[in-house]
Design a protein around this ligand. Structure first.
Ligand code: NDP
Length: 386
């Protein structure tokens, strides 16, 4: 039986790499649903090639173009954010790859989990914002959440066969991004172009900026907390500039298990899609001789303040990680639009975290409200109007 797959965000970096994996394994996978927001050309060509049951274009303004281009194809076409929430519930879907970027991925993922669909989770913001709600719902509905993030995939892989062995701590490895060796003074001058030039990974713009500020690693700590049930004291971030060790687990006897490989997102994507089986492939192989030195460093949370803020949010709990995420989305967009400077990002996030009311046990409506209110405050702060 082929696994029938929906990809939320099929036109992005994770979405296109997922399609590459699926294209190479037609005997294992079949595409049911593809979705995009604005990239109509790519969505149309993907739909023509993969012949899904349905496509969704989230931005309704693009509906006309997509429906005209696909009028002779046997593909249902829907538009709008709510269509994403509906389409993930289709009976024919076995697994949903959540490859949308940002908060926008939360509600469709929530609907997919409610409908009992297994999730290959790339959209880390889902667990940052609503980790408690999503993981407890997944448990209740016996839904598997299979990590796509390379670090979490590494930890997931290292945990196999270790059900009787408690984890002492995990090491989340982090490339350090393009500014690893920069001082605070240097960071005052960096441009959007500099920040988008990640040394090891080719990713969407938002996660690339998050990698440069180390917010991405902070988000991953929160994601690891929810996926593996670990407190922040058992999650350590280690800078590893070569991105060869994808993450590690230390057990109670001091033994450390690591998962290694070249930085290539197709591997963790393929692992999540094929789980519990490993699928043979011809991706380039790692050679130890090409990497005679693997380095490790402590992250500097005084310069990369976002990492510390994310750990604070994790420890505070409640709606604070939702505030962290919403404020971050606002400042990253403002930075990409060249409206604020690089170091303004953590400053505004911290101020926003101080201003939004704390909710200890938020439900999904509280989180939706927190997201809206936080964006309003963060937006005013980016415009110096608060
Ligand atoms: P991209 O920006 O490359 O792609 C985002 C996708 O989401 C696109 O298909 C885009 O459509 C769609 N999208 C954006 N906004 C909306 C919206 N409001 N409604 C509906 N669809 C929308 O992102 P990435 O692939 O880099 O990242 C996706 C997720 O995976 C993120 O959460 C990221 O943190 C995570 N991740 C990414 C990794 C990577 O290597 N890229 C690694 C690990 C995790 P369109 O193209 O039409 O705009």
């Amino acid at each position: 039986m082929k696994k029938r797959i929906a990809i939320l965000g099929s036109t992005g970096s994770i979405g296109t790499q997922s399609l590459e994996v699926i294209d190479k394994n037609p005997e294992l996978f079949e595409i049911e649903v593809l979705t995009a927001n604005n990239n109509v050309e790519l969505l149309i060509s993907q739909a023509k090639k993969f012949q899904p049951n349905a496509v969704v274009i989230a931005n309704e303004k693009n509906y006309g173009i997509v429906s005209e281009a696909l009028q002779n194809e046997p593909v249902k076409i829907f538009a709008g954010a709510d269509a994403l929430n509906q389409v993930v519930q289709m009976e024919t879907i076995d697994l949903v790859i959540t490859a949308m970027v940002g908060y926008a991925g939360l509600i469709p993922t929530w609907h997919a989990v409610k409908a009992g669909k297994n999730i290959a989770l790339a959209n880390k913001e889902t667990l940052v914002v609503a980790g408690e709600i999503i993981t407890s719902l997944a448990k209740k509905n016996q839904v598997d959440i299979l990590p796509v993030d390379s670090e979490h995939s590494a930890i997931f892989q290292c945990l196999i066969g270790e059900v009787y062995n408690p984890v002492e701590k995990i090491f989340l490895t982090c490339s350090g991004g393009p500014f690893r060796e920069k001082s605070k003074e240097d960071l005052e001058k960096v441009t959007v172009k500099d920040a988008l030039a990640h040394p090891n990974w080719d990713m969407g713009a938002k996660i690339t900026i998050d990698s440069a500020t180390l917010m991405n690693k902070g988000f991953e700590a929160i994601e690891a907390h929810w996926l593996f049930g670990l407190p922040s004291s058992k999650i350590e971030v280690v800078i590893h500039p070569q991105s060869i060790i994808h993450s590690m687990i230390q057990f109670e006897d001091g033994s450390i298990k690591a998962q290694l490989g070249l930085p290539d997102m197709r591997l963790p994507i393929q692992y999540a899609l094929g789980f519990p089986y490993r699928i043979k492939n011809n991706f380039p192989r790692f050679s130890f001789l090409d990497y005679p030195t693997l380095q490790f460093e402590k992250p500097n949370t005084k310069i990369f303040r976002n990492l510390a803020l994310a750990f604070e949010a994790l420890d505070a709990g409640g709606n604070v990680p939702c505030v962290l995420n919403a404020a971050n989305e606002v400042v990253v967009q403002a930075f990409l639009d060249e409206k604020i400077e690089f170091l303004k990002m953590p400053e505004i996030i911290e101020k926003t975290m101080e201003k939004v009311n704390f909710i200890k046990n938020p439900d999904i409506d509280d989180l939706i409200q927190t997201n809206t209110e936080t964006r309003r405050i963060a937006q005013l702060l980016t415009e110096d109007k608060f």
